[in-house]
Ligand binder design. Structure first.
Ligand code: KIV
Length: 272
């Protein structure tokens, strides 16, 4: 990574400056070629711990390790040239103390070259966020539905149905903002609650299943590309990658069996 390359990327303060401005476009990526494609269109690319579910076939994000995040972060940094690249800190890598979080986050930053980390931010998180930011690590927070807590929550259902939980979510977002987060992801909440959170914080909110009232939007890229039959209600499928891949594999299988592939165009013939 050259200095020029680094300087040309979107920065965390530039994302923060987009509060109430042009909507911030974000997607996830986990590999270099996808990152290169998404980079053309995105302000921010998240190497989400959703990688565990959509790439590694895990049932939840709880089994994702720091080493997995670093490997995928390195790949994304090779593909993306201009977007801000944020890498998720996985379950177990930051919750117990600010020092643990710093060790994990500094490893991620040093070994991937990414520019920021994201943490799922419960009420315990403010101290950790300010500890990281003071030591040079931009932090994006994540409130509302926090997938790493799905074993406590009992599933991936939208959050904030009761007044108490809705208030807690707003409080978590305000605490994350005051602690120095440069943006806050808001996942799986009603339009009304997304609106409340967005108005309550000074930094941009990035919504996922949180209505158009947020300052930006993010989706899990394989979901929006149509790689899976079942996706959450808030996902819009912008492509039919599963259908395209299946049709391509079926045609390939048929051509291999009929010996029509490889054809003249796909063979080496050396002149004698
Ligand atoms: O892991 C992830 O992809 C995320 C997004 C859902 C925001 O955290």
């Amino acid at each position: 990574m050259s200095a020029q390359n680094y300087i040309s990327r979107m920065t965390a303060p530039q994302i923060t400056a987009r509060k109430n401005g042009e909507p911030i476009v974000c997607l996830t990526a986990y590999d270099a070629p996808t990152a290169a494609i998404m980079d053309e269109h995105c302000d921010l690319i998240l190497v989400g711990d959703s990688v565990g579910m959509v790439v590694h076939g895990l049932p939840t994000t709880v089994g994702v390790t720091l080493d997995m995040m670093i490997m995928h972060g390195q790949a994304v940094m090779r593909g993306a040239q201009k977007a801000l690249v944020v890498v998720d800190l996985p379950f177990g890598a930051y919750e117990d103390s600010p020092e643990t979080a710093f060790r994990s986050a500094s490893r991620v930053m040093m070994e991937t070259g990414c520019q920021a980390v994201k943490i799922e931010s419960g009420s315990y998180a403010a101290e950790t966020i300010s500890y990281l930011v003071e030591r040079g690590i931009p932090v994006m927070s994540h409130v509302g539905l926090r997938p790493q807590s799905m074993n406590v929550l009992g599933g991936f259902r939208a959050r904030g149905r009761s007044q108490a939980v809705a208030e807690q979510i707003v409080e978590n977002a305000i605490a994350a903002d005051k602690a120095g987060s440069f943006a806050v992801v808001v996942e799986g909440v009603s339009e009304e609650l997304a609106d409340k959170v967005t108005k309550a914080v000074s930094v941009p909110t990035i919504g996922i299943g949180a209505s158009a009232n947020c300052d930006g939007q993010i989706l899990v890229t394989p979901d929006m590309l149509g790689l899976f039959d079942r996706v959450p209600k808030f996902v819009k499928k912008y492509a039919d990658l599963k259908g395209d891949m299946s049709r391509a594999a079926a045609q390939y299988a048929q051509e291999v069996k009929s010996r029509s592939f490889p054809s003249e165009n796909n063979m080496y013939r050396f002149k004698k």
